[in-house]
Design a protein around this ligand. Structure first.
Ligand code: S3P
Length: 444
């Protein structure tokens, strides 16, 4: 993926944030909508697709394997799928850019097809562990040669027919779960994943929506998800709900900037994703759910968020999987709370687009926030609502969520905060800075 040149950006404080915005489509659901549509026979339509670099990397890879994917002027995407088992040999390496989800889920899809693909990515993605998908996919019969440490670039030769497995997840990872289930689509027999800790369940929901035989059982070993192959997928019309991980930035921004009153429209509130709402409410945030409804099979509401005095809390460990991508911005909320917030139990943060524990510690410390680093999280002593000192420069480390979280911190800082590179925001939220201008401009 061509990635924009690094852009240095200095973010000043905001007087207050007021207005309504609609966050873009959910990233996880957008990837899955493209992938399953590409495997259905016939034409699927997707509305509200996230048009960020990560999802576009998935679209490009699926096109390279035979799917016809187009976008009309109104922003509706049509996908003509090749059928389960019908992916074609790509002519060149698949460039995954910054996207771990594209990489791990597509590795699963290809593992049970008789094709060979090479996966490449940017410096961030090339440092992330792939062993977690290599292990189960190899057990299903895929032949995978990775770079040292189980990293990209790697070459995957699929096996058809692959061997169905039962796999208990050693890490709580929706990407690993999804990779195995997607490999199971074209594998004769029952492929089973056991997850001791529940993770986002968009794959299970959407596979069932496309007509695959999927069974989800709650057992003493955890959630057991079984898929029967070889499946046949029927094309669908999908509306992608707004991304709660994108809404998270405005939830925290409106909570910390005095005088703010923001309505965030169309926010997906799948319980496997909504942990931040729970944590912020525990801290005293003022979040009201308006017009709860269902969009694309997922619970959705508009969220009205008003400025509130936040209290430090100890974040319950069992919330971690449902807010794993929101820790960076939760750390920012903690910086403005009264007293200490302890946010631990999230060692997976070390292997995201960056080491988010180290990155956020450095970013907050550079801006005058008192932080203690743990192996699995941070403890933060907040200002009790006052502005943080700011004035520092943040190294965003090719990580969109570090860039956006520290932009939020800047909105209530005494001196402007500089991002060394704001361009990673393009991976998941291309309209982020426009919407910030809108919310802070309407207040003037
Ligand atoms: C995702 C799962 C999570 C999350 C990522 C998207 C998905 O990763 O951090 O942003 O779409 O399945 P892990 O599976 O590594 O926890």
């Amino acid at each position: 993926m061509p990635h924009p040149e690094p852009t240095r950006l200095t973010v000043p404080a905001a007087a207050r944030l007021v207005g309504r915005i609609r966050v873009p489509g959910d990233k996880s659901i957008s990837h899955r909508a493209l992938m399953l549509s590409a495997l259905a026979v016939g034409e699927s339509r997707v509305k509200g697709l996230l048009e960020g670099e990560d999802v576009l990397a998935t679209a490009a890879a699926l096109r390279a394997m035979g799917a016809r994917i187009e976008r009309d002027a109104a922003g509706v995407w049509t996908i003509n799928g090749v059928g389960v088992g019908g992916l074609l040999q790509p002519a060149a390496a698949l460039d995954m850019g910054n996207s771990g989800t594209s990489t791990r889920l597509l590795m699963g899809l290809i593992a049970s097809h008789p094709i060979t693909a090479t996966f490449t990515g940017d410096a961030s993605l090339s440092a992330r562990p792939m062993e977690r998908v290599i292990t189960p996919l190899s057990r299903m019969g895929a032949d995978i040669t990775a770079s040292p440490g189980g990293r990209l670039p790697l070459m995957l030769r699929g096996l058809c027919p692959a061997v169905p497995i039962e796999y208990e997840l050693p890490v709580a990872s929706a990407q690993v779960k999804s990779a195995v289930l997607l490999a199971g689509l074209n594998t004769p027999g029952v492929t089973r994943v056991i997850e001791p800790v529940p993770t986002r369940d968009h794959s299970e929901r959407m596979l069932a929506g496309f007509g695959a035989e999927v069974l989800v059982e709650e057992t003493s070993r955890g959630r057991v998800i079984s898929i029967t192959g070889e499946a046949e997928l029927r094309p669908q019309s999908i509306t992608v709900p707004g991304d709660p991980s994108s809404a998270a930035f405005w939830m925290v921004a409106a909570s910390i900037v005095p005088g703010s009153d923001v309505v965030i429209e169309n926010v997906g509130l799948n319980p496997t994703r909504a942990g931040l709402v729970t944590a912020l409410r525990m801290m005293g945030a003022d979040i009201t759910e308006l017009d709860p409804r269902t969009v694309g099979g997922e619970p959705v509401a508009d969220l009205r968020v008003r400025h509130a005095a936040l209290q430090g809390i100890t974040v319950p460990h069992d919330l971690a999987p449902a807010m794993i991508d929101e820790y960076p911005v939760l750390f920012v909320a903690a910086a403005f709370a009264a007293g200490r917030t302890v946010a631990r139990g999230a060692d997976e943060l070390r292997v995201k687009e960056s080491d988010r524990i180290a990155a956020m510690r450095a970013a907050l410390e550079a801006n005058g926030v008192s932080v203690t680093e743990h192996d699995d999280g941070l403890s933060i002593d907040g200002t009790g609502g006052d502005a943080i000192p700011g004035g520092g420069t943040v190294t965003t480390r090719l990580d969109h969520r570090i860039a956006m979280s520290m932009t939020v911190a800047a909105l209530h800082a005494r001196a402007a905060i500089t991002l060394d590179d704001a361009s990673p925001v393009q991976t998941s939220y291309p309209t982020f800075f426009d919407q910030l201008a809108q919310l802070s401009g309407e207040a003037a």
